[in-house]
Design a protein around this ligand. Structure first.
Ligand code: HSE
Length: 432
């Protein structure tokens, strides 16, 4: 048994500084839990100023370097904690740490969702672990529950709100009727959205997260680029208002389902019934709804981003990695992705849809649009017409479940009708 477990921390940003603070604050308790002192022996930063900017951490300057590779190669380091983010150099550093037989803890969703196979296979070969609880849902425990506590279930679906920035934006648009742009500005001002918010807003962040969750839940390997994704930048206050009138709220959902003919994995804005527990998840909170054949429905809820919530998950992984070192039991969980299942194209999705169409306000318009739907076998569940400014009207349709490619073909024909000014939006209605 070791008396001391040495940590090499790569990155001292938002999450890294949270991890450092928790390890320091909980040092005595963690020592008793692991039977060894968990010590941050070395920290790699891009710029030494990063340490000066965080005087509250009281980091010993002698432990800080800009040479991350030196930490990975240090034979005295037992666990590498990678919190740099982005694919490179994080991927290479993780692989190098594994080659040196070290346990690895990471919050890196890009690496796990794109290079997970390579990383986990190497860990398996080397008999060590890669733990990545913080890569999805920030502080919410979800990776370990899927791999361990829920493993007795055949999981049929996962539906999550896994991006705090977009959930904040949609919550603000819903609460105060403000535009997407105004809500995004607020999110940036509050420090929620990244400076370049595209990964959040266009669904890339959520796509990486549902790729990871689907891979574990369905014992498959889903990579981020296989996930169909749409962001929230086209959602308008009108969409939010009509959704509300019809008993729905709009959320950016990350969905993974196992069906007889393959996996349905996607990220897009969706209308969900106001009474569903996910509808009440607001602001930067995340929630992940899981359905298993034995447990039924369970929902995990909490803070999906932020320094201490994400650090809470990282420290949990550090303790797991340290205990496994102490018990000579590393490399036991490994990859649960042993099957290859096809990911279904979005055109094959069967869903209800909401459509907002701006048209001329004159007799016969509704009949013309409805005829196109009828000819394409798209059955309408409800129709609302509102008079707009001047000679225009807004037509709002909810369809019965229909194959997406049939709906899209009908929309293309509707866009060509002379009486139609614009198909403003098409949003899936998800019966969660
Ligand atoms: N940018 C992410 C979010 C947090 O807004 O949820 C890190 O995954």
């Amino acid at each position: 048994m070791k008396k001391r477990i040495n940590i090499g921390l790569l990155g001292l940003g938002t999450v890294g500084s949270g991890v450092y603070a928790i390890l320091k604050k909980r040092r005595r308790e963690l020592k008793r839990l692991v039977d060894a002192d968990i010590v941050v022996k070395a920290i790699a930063v891009k710029d030494l100023k990063e340490v000066k900017n965080r005087p509250e951490l009281k980091v010993d300057p002698a432990t800080v370097t800009t040479d991350a590779a030196a930490i990975v190669h240090d034979p005295e380091i037992d666990i590498i904690v990678e919190l740099i983010g982005g694919r490179e150099p994080a991927r290479s550093l993780i692989l190098e740490a594994l080659r040196h037989g070290k346990q690895v803890v990471t919050a890196n969703k890009e690496v796990i969702a794109n290079d997970g196979e390579e990383v986990l296979s190497l860990a398996d070969e080397m008999g060590v672990d890669v733990l990545f609880e913080a890569s999805v849902g920030g502080g919410i425990p979800i990776i370990h529950p899927l791999k361990e506590g829920l493993v007795g279930n055949k999981i049929s679906r996962i539906v999550g709100i896994v991006n705090g920035t977009t959930n904040y934006i949609l919550s603000r648009m819903t609460a105060d009727g403000i535009s997407f742009k105004e809500a995004l500005k607020e999110a940036q001002k509050n420090g929620y959205a990244e400076r370049n918010p595209d990964a959040d807003v266009e669904g890339g962040d959520a796509a990486a997260k549902i790729a990871i969750l689907s891979s574990i839940a369905f014992n498959d390997r889903v990579k981020a680029p296989q996930v169909y994704r749409e962001g929230i930048s086209a959602i308008t206050p009108d969409d939010i208002r009509y959704a509300d009138e019809m008993g729905y709220v709009i959320k950016l959902l990350a969905i993974g389902k196992e069906e007889a003919d393959g996996l349905d994995v996607r990220v897009h804005p969706a209308m969900i019934d106001k009474s569903h527990p996910l509808a009440g998840v607001n602001d930067v909170f995340n929630a992940i709804f899981v359905e298993g054949d034995a447990v039924g429905e369970v929902m995990f809820y909490g803070r999906g981003a932020g320094s201490l919530p994400a650090a809470s998950a990282v420290v949990g992984d550090i303790v797991t990695a340290a205990r496994d070192i102490q018990n000579n039991d590393t490399g036991k969980i490994g990859c649960t992705c042993f099957e290859i299942k096809p990911v279904k194209p979005i055109g094959d999705l069967v869903s209800s849809f909401y459509l907002l169409i701006e048209s001329n306000d004159k007799p016969g318009v509704l009949a013309q649009v409805s005829k196109v739907f009828g000819d394409a076998n798209v059955s309408l569940a409800s129709v609302i017409q509102k008079n707009g400014a001047g000679n225009s009207a807004q037509l709002v349709f909810i369809t019965y479940p229909v194959k997406e490619k049939n709906l899209r073909a009908a929309v293309a024909k509707i866009e060509k009708l002379e009486v139609v000014k614009k198909v403003v939006n098409v949003i899936r209605v998800e019966s969660v």
